[in-house]
Ligand binder design. Structure first.
Ligand code: CU1
Length: 435
């Protein structure tokens, strides 16, 4: 069976390799002052954290394509619980009947699991562990949930594992059949960012606390991803992998930082030369510049990225609007100043649907303006843009409005938008020009 995640991991690895061999080549287009950012895989992150150790030659493509055994999953579970070294040094003699199939240190780990049935690895029945059997997504999510402090039969039923995991944001490998080590990397990295059942800490925070992962490796891992977060104050904005807000400085020129000395103490630079991104962000939009002092800094659409010293945890956006020059980095890449200008210029407009016509044949509005469509006819009408957005859907499309009903749209992107009423496409057409 073709395995889509594995294929993706290899493709990503492939592109990462391509980029790293030409690390000094400037990216095309306007990124000429920055070097390219490579794509980072879950496997690389897991390997750098030491959570995934690979076989004798490390976390290789061949290792990632191998199917994962119950033994490997059990060792990973022990590692994620901070119990690995204790288990590998376990001296008890009782063990599963088939423990002889694995090497001595792994036998110790199996003995440890047998001696500690509360950990949930009680074997497959009849005294056996079946260490070489492959593991399913359901079984691995159970392992992860238990690493997060949830207990099977108390917090969730085994049959309900996949759904329960999804509720905790754990879903990336839910639909895979037999798992390979690439899936395990993905699910494990996903789990590291998940919160434990008790308290506010992530699994990664906990592993740092237990010294299973060093603080340096955890910080590097946080800088290995850019994600999106949303809050009421700033809307959608960029964060690092641990959820800490990233900012831009309006005094910076494109690909050039104006923040030096004390400024960089308050606004530590964000530095990543390879990144993992959500599907809605593009790797080409990120670059790496060399600062005046020779250190590196990551840019987004040309804007150098920073942390804020007074943000201490995921969700903090204490830097937003500081001195009116620091703003959370927005995925649209529109600088806050442009946004302000748009907001100042934007207005509200009315278009009526009456007598099978739009009241304005051609309406010119400022970017950011709202247009309210109101139907005056007894027959239902709507307004649908001919222009398709990046998602392949019309830029705007109201519902079918009954008599007296209204719907308001917001037009942010300059352009000429012809639109129509779907039920009366032949006769009801008009244009909105966004300046
Ligand atoms: Cu219509």
């Amino acid at each position: 069976m073709m395995n889509k995640h594995w294929k993706r991991a290899v493709l990503l690895l492939g592109s990462a390799l391509t980029i790293s061999t030409s690390a000094n080549a400037a990216t095309p287009a306007d990124n000429s002052k920055a070097t390219a950012v490579a794509v980072k895989t879950d496997a690389q992150i897991a390997a750098e954290l030491g959570v995934l150790q690979g076989d004798g030659s490390g976390v290789t493509a061949s290792y990632l394509s191998q199917s994962t055994t119950r033994l490997q999953a059990a060792i990973l579970f022990l590692r994620l619980q901070g119990l690995e070294s204790e288990a590998l040094g376990f001296k008890g003699s009782a063990n599963f009947d088939d423990a002889g199939a694995v090497n001595e240190s792994n036998q110790a780990a199996l003995g440890y699991l047998k001696a500690n049935p509360q950990l949930g690895w009680t074997g497959t029945g009849a005294g056996r562990f079946e260490p070489m059997d492959s593991i399913t997504a359901q079984q691995y999510y159970k392992v992860i949930l238990e690493s997060l402090g949830y207990k099977q039969d108390t917090d969730f039923a085994f049959a309900d594992t996949i759904r329960f995991a999804e509720g905790k944001g754990l879903k990336k490998i839910a639909e895979e059949g037999n798992l390979n080590n690439g899936h395990i990397a993905t699910a494990t990295v996903e789990a590291l960012g998940a919160k434990l059942k008790a308290g506010d800490k992530t699994l990664l925070d906990t592993l740092v606390g237990q010294k299973v992962v060093t603080a340096e490796a955890a910080a590097a891992a946080a800088a290995s991803s850019v994600r999106l977060a949303t809050n009421d104050k700033v809307g959608t904005y960029l964060t690092d992998g641990s959820g800490k807000a990233l900012y831009t400085f309006t005094k910076d020129a494109p690909f050039q930082s104006a923040c030096k000395d004390q400024c960089t103490v308050n606004w530590p630079v964000f530095k990543a030369e390879s990144l993992q991104l959500p599907p809605s962000l593009k790797i080409e939009d990120f670059g790496v510049i060399t600062r005046e002092d020779g250190t590196k800094q990551t840019t987004y659409k040309g804007s150098p990225l920073y942390y804020f010293l007074k943000d201490t945890k995921a969700g903090d956006v204490n830097g937003q609007g500081v001195n009116n020059v620091w703003f959370a980095a927005k995925p649209e890449g529109v600088s806050p100043k442009q946004e302000d200008k748009q907001a100042a210029a934007s207005k509200e407009y009315q278009v009526q649907m009456a007598g099978f016509a739009f009241s304005a044949k051609e309406l010119t509005v400022e970017a950011g303006s709202k247009v309210t469509f109101t139907n005056k006819d007894k027959v239902k009408h709507n307004a649908v843009s001919d222009t398709l957005g990046d998602n392949g859907k019309p830029v705007f499309e109201t519902k079918l409005l009954g008599e007296g009903e209204s719907e308001t749209i917001t037009l942010t992107k300059p352009g000429t938008y012809t639109y129509y009423c779907a039920p009366h496409k032949a006769e009801m057409k008009a244009t909105i020009i966004v300046k």
